[in-house]
Design a protein around this ligand. Structure first.
Ligand code: SF4
Length: 316
């Protein structure tokens, strides 16, 4: 199959091996704005096809593929993928209890996990109320001599400072790298997140055509490649850019029109760090298709280093 060139400007390639997850967080980002990711009828790509498709990708320097989901370890073919995909691979996982050190040691090579990165390349998620950080930390501690692995705790707003401080002490005790992952979305009557385009993730289709360009590649469990996470989580098949098994696949060079402005996923429109950990990056660029400007946060002025809360389009 012909190679698929991922443009140099791209920052992230997210491979959704599965939409299934053993956790059920009510704030899961895959279901924001009432998307039903996790309940679509996919023609799931078979392991051999994932291997074929992922090996076609020609990635920009320093960009791995990231296996995610859902919980990627629920996809049984993941072990073959780790053995046979010739890319550097990051993994976002909630470390399900069946996953053992022996499973990883059995692999022919752990080369896929060896790349220079400024952060752990296996990122284990702790979600309050869904998994147990003590269990996760102990299990990560048993893996960190062979893998680049660390714990990311979600800044779930109900967590008290005391809880976070206990979590930090526990991670320190086991010498496990602990990082914060920003909570995004609704909490009570507030929306939380530093969004470059605040009304883009209002949760209401604003019935306004816009032009959009992205620097991430979300690939769905059926191999469809989407322009953005909203398209993937809503399963807008008609908007897929193509499939990683298509004979000819090319990424768009220009902005594409979109009629779903307002239903953008927070992860595409938030201000964050890029793969070099430089703050101030946002995955998408949205431009008006008419003569009205798109409201935009001047994060350099507004960003205080803490979460900016907004409701009804107003920042507090
Ligand atoms: S405007 Fe929003 S929904 Fe439309 S393509 Fe861009 S990120 Fe996706």
């Amino acid at each position: 199959m012909k190679p698929i060139i991922v443009p140099r400007t791209y920052d992230y390639v997210g491979v959704y091996l599965t939409d299934k997850c053993h956790l059920s967080c009510c704030y899961c980002i895959t279901q924001h704005h009432q998307a039903r990711f996790g309940s679509y009828k996919y023609s799931y790509l078979k392991t051999e096809d994932w291997i074929k498709g992922l090996n076609r990708l020609v990635l920009p320097e320093g960009i791995p593929i990231t296996l995610q989901g859902g919980e990627p370890f629920l996809f049984k073919g993941i072990w073959k993928i780790l053995e046979n995909v010739k890319q550097k691979i990051d993994i976002m996982t909630a470390l399900p209890s069946f996953l053992k050190r022996e499973d990883l040691i059995k692999l022919k090579t752990l080369d896929w996990n060896k790349r220079k990165a400024l952060y752990p390349t296996i990122r284990v998620s702790y979600h309050k109320g869904q998994n147990d950080y003590k269990d996760l930390i102990k299990r990560i501690a048993e893996l960190q001599d062979i893998l680049s692995i660390g714990l990311y705790y979600l800044s779930e707003p109900s967590q008290s400072e005391e809880e976070v401080s206990e979590l930090k002490s526990f991670a320190k005790k086991y010498n496990v790298e602990l990082r914060l992952k920003e909570f995004l979305g609704d909490y009570g009557d507030e929306k939380i997140g530093n969004l470059l385009y605040p009304e883009a993730a209002s949760g209401i289709n604003l019935s306004r055509r816009v032009l959009c360009k992205n620097t991430v590649v979300p690939i769905a469990p059926d191999g469809n490649v989407y322009l953005c996470h909203s398209d993937l989580y809503f399963n807008r098949r008609e908007k897929a850019l193509g499939n990683i098994l298509d004979e000819d696949f090319m990424f768009p060079k220009d902005f594409l029109p979109c009629d779903n402005y307002g239903l953008c996923n927070e992860c595409d429109v938030k201000v964050k760090t890029n793969h070099n950990q430089e703050y101030g990056y946002t995955s998408v660029t949205i431009q008006p298709a008419d003569d009205k400007p798109i409201p935009k946060l001047d994060f350099k002025d507004d960003f205080t280093g803490t979460f900016v809360k907004y409701s009804s389009g107003k920042f507090k």
